[in-house]
Design a protein around this ligand. Structure first.
Ligand code: ADP
Ligand code: ZN
Ligand code: ZN
Length: 735
């Protein structure tokens, strides 16, 4: 018997081993196995048990140990991860490894944390020890007072020698036992009632959506398009309720910064069942515990970001992807999978419904709905009677701006603050100023490792490259002419915060961006201040756009609505529209009608107008028509081959060679064509020169056929050690 093993190496292949000892039954696929690999040991996943190997028997090594009785990747999980590896052209062993919690990758037992604890035996009493055995009495006393068990760590804290335990054990006074604390609350486990609070009475649209979802027990992908505040979350909650009633589990995926304590609290306050969150704040142990709870079925609701799509479920019932348009569902390096797209595959595999929700669905999903692959549900009204915000384009041509704000906007802010409400200012640029310019010669402070400017930061003062993270002191003199007349040009959130605080001295100004929230609990404190409801101005980046509800905000000001209108990225328009609407959605919730003011120098721009006069759907439909005419995704499929090297031109030459060789060797399928290689939009980044080659296909299958050849060729290419290459299937970041 041969074990065919996927190992976490960059090699695109499986590895054959003999079993560690003769086995009566083949081991289950999906179990971990420890094997020798070169001079090291590695942990891999058994993906097949075969009769024969192509390797000559002499070269076949024996595995060292099979680590599991039950597979850590059950059949649907293994299928999902293998499919993803193949689809995203990523080495299978690494993909399977990434689908597991870190501790399992390292060989930890797939079981809850356990500890050996000590307790007194049933008949033990202090009188059984002589009065002179002071320390023994002290220890026994401690054990008697802690019948639930004492750890050796506690003894060390209490300065009691650990070897005394052995002494007491020999006298029949103490015994050890294995303690496995269950991370699930007893109250949650035992309750027969699922609900902690009554569900809201749904409005007609919500009711219709829920009825449809509940009427389809098997696989079906629903696209729930509902304006912000339309009560999508309430629909999720009630769909989950039905899932729980059937004794099944629900998996909820949220964007990276969408998993706020507020979000979690909403699920926990509704349901009296174990809700487990998988977020970046967990340590490896907590993550494994959460994974185990999901696998054994006791975690009934799982909420997590992207990687949670690989969480096993004993009784899967429903998958929800909230804010499905969010780019964070696509991993941007290494294993470049889209958790949203894998959710479709997983739901189909498990024969359960999938609910994709957004106020601003991705054009991909809208296209799938129009093509009949997804079923479209709409919520057009705000729930609970809140009115939608009124949009206004503020023409700032010819206006003098102070730190990005026009005089009329400042007046408007003043009006809102006077009436006692809050104002949100959106500027998607952190730092003090995006550039530091020499007033004498015009030289700009640039990053030496990137084709990019360094951003000036004031708190703490330094220059920061947002692309490679390089940080330097603020220069005193121009690096070109030596002049000391260096001036910041343009405003980021820090500078605008300073300005607003000067302009509105009596109103608190709260900055919310990656820098101001880096410290632990900083975000919590900011949110507490906002939720007092007192007038304040929030100035922030896209961090403000997701997850948080600000019921007291009545004015949202978008300082630069034009920033994405003319980008080279064909998705620039879509991203801008989504961001604007997401930010706008923060205004006018609850009973305060809201206003959204967008500063623009292009007040006639058709996109901005479609967005504010009609709807996101109107915008999306015209955008889809443009994409169709241009043969762009979602009407074609893209894969991007990226390469980077230390020398300029090397990455591009490598890719050119790939293209030329492939063209000479293959008849490209008629619906596919190449574009490039070109230098990447930012050619130099973090000291490396980057280039890219784009493949476009009308048929996804053609694209993958080509990719298989290319992959084979890339892994054989003689130049492969001088460049770092990667394949990105369905790329999303600008290219
Ligand atoms: P979304 O997820 O679409 O942004 P939410 O589910 O957060 O919307 O709902 C917005 C607000 O409306 C919340 O405060 C919620 O409690 C309230 N709400 C939702 N559905 C109803 C309903 N049927 N009746 C009354 N209030 C509702
Ligand atoms: Zn100069
Ligand atoms: Zn840099």
């Amino acid at each position: 018997m041969i074990l065919r093993v996927a190992l976490p190496t960059p090699l695109h292949r499986l590895f054959d081993y003999r079993p560690p000892q003769p086995l009566h039954h083949p081991p289950a696929v999906g179990c971990r196995v420890r094997v020798p690999f070169g001079r090291r040991e590695m942990i891999g996943i058994i993906v097949e048990c075969a009769e024969h190997s192509d390797l000559p028997p002499k070269q076949l090594k024996s595995a060292l140990a099979i680590l599991d009785d039950t597979p850590v990747l059950d059949t649907p999980q293994l299928y999902l991860a293998r499919w993803a590896a193949s689809y995203y052209a990523f080495p299978e062993g690494e993909a399977l490894s990434q689908a597991l919690p870190a501790l399992l990758r390292k060989g930890e037992e797939a079981d809850f944390a356990h500890a050996t604890l000590w307790r007194a035996t049933a008949n033990a009493a202090l009188e059984q020890l002589s009065g002179t055995a002071v320390r023994q009495r002290e220890l026994l006393d401690l054990l008697l007072r802690n019948p639930e068990g004492v750890s050796t760590d506690l003894l060390r804290v209490e300065s009691i020698p650990v070897n005394l335990l052995k002494t007491l054990q020999d006298k029949g006074l103490a015994e050890s036992f294995i303690h496995r604390p269950s991370p699930v609350h007893a109250e949650d486990r035992e309750s027969s009632d699922l609900l902690r609070e009554a569900p809201l009475t749904l409005n007609t649209e919500q009711q219709a959506a829920l009825q449809q979802i509940n009427s389809q027990p098997g696989f079906c992908t629903w696209l729930l398009e509902g304006v912000t505040g339309s009560g999508k979350t309430e629909v999720y909650l009630q769909a989950i309720q039905q899932t729980l009633t059937q004794g099944r589990q629900a998996l909820v995926l949220v964007p990276e910064i969408g998993l706020t304590p507020q979000t979690l609290a909403r699920f926990k306050s509704r349901f009296q069942v174990p809700v487990v969150a998988l977020h970046s704040g967990l340590n490896d142990r907590q993550r494994l515990d959460a994974w185990l709870l999901a696998r054994q079925g006791s975690a009934r609701i799982l909420i997590g970001t992207r990687s949670a799509i690989f969480t096993p479920m004993r009784h899967p019932g429903l998958i929800i992807v909230d804010e499905e348009h969010d780019l964070s569902f696509k991993q941007q390096d290494g294993f470049r999978y889209s958790a949203r797209d894998l959710a479709v595959l997983r739901a189909r595999q498990e024969a359960i419904p999938l609910l994709l929700g957004s106020a601003t669905p991705s054009l991909e999903s809208l296209h799938n709905a129009q093509a009949g692959r997804y079923r479209h549900l709409r919520l057009t009204q705000r729930a609970g009677g809140a009115r939608p915000p009124a949009f206004e384009l503020l023409d700032i041509r010819g206006e003098t701006l102070s730190c990005g704000l026009s005089a009329s906007l400042l007046t408007r802010m003043q009006q809102h603050l006077r009436q006692g409400t809050q104002v949100l200012v959106f500027l998607n640029r952190r730092g003090f100023s995006p550039s530091l310019i020499c007033h004498q010669c015009g030289a700009v402070n640039e990053c030496t490792r990137c084709d990019a400017r360094m951003t000036l930061h004031r708190s703490p003062p330094h220059m920061h490259c947002h692309h490679c993270d390089r940080q330097t002191p603020i220069p005193k003199r121009c690096h070109q002419c030596g002049s000391d007349d260096l001036r910041p040009s343009g405003a980021g959130t820090e500078r605008t915060e300073d300005f607003l605080q000067d302009h509105f001295p009596d109103t608190p100004v709260l900055r919310i961006d990656r820098d101001s929230t880096a410290r632990k609990d900083a975000m919590k404190h900011l949110m507490e201040q906002i939720h007092t409801g007192k007038p304040c101005i929030m100035i922030g980046t896209q961090m403000l756009a997701k997850g948080h509800h600000f019921p007291k905000v009545t004015l949202v000001a978008v300082l630069d609505a034009d920033s994405g209108l003319f980008s080279a990225d064909f998705r620039g328009m879509e991203k801008t529209a989504q961001l604007i609407l997401q930010v706008a959605g923060r205004a006018g919730r609850a009973d305060h009608p809201g206003e959204v003011v967008m500063q623009t120098r292009h007040p006639d721009h058709p996109m901005l107008n479609a967005l504010i006069r009609e709807s996101y759907s109107a915008f999306a439909n015209s955008e889809l028509q443009l994409r169709h005419a241009a043969g762009l995704p979602p009407f074609t499929s893209h894969a991007l081959i990226r390469a980077e090297a230390t020398h300029q031109g090397r990455a591009e030459a490598f890719l050119r060679d790939i293209r030329e060789t492939m063209e000479a060797q293959l008849n490209p399928p008629p619906g596919s064509h190449w574009s490039g290689p070109f230098p990447s939009p930012m050619e130099k980044r973090a000291g490396l020169y980057r280039a890219q080659l784009l493949i476009q296909s009308r048929q996804r299958s053609e694209l993958h056929q080509l990719l298989r050849h290319i992959l084979h060729f890339l892994t054989q290419h003689k130049g492969r050690n001088q460049v770092r290459w990667s394949i990105d299937v369905d790329p999303l970041d600008s290219y």
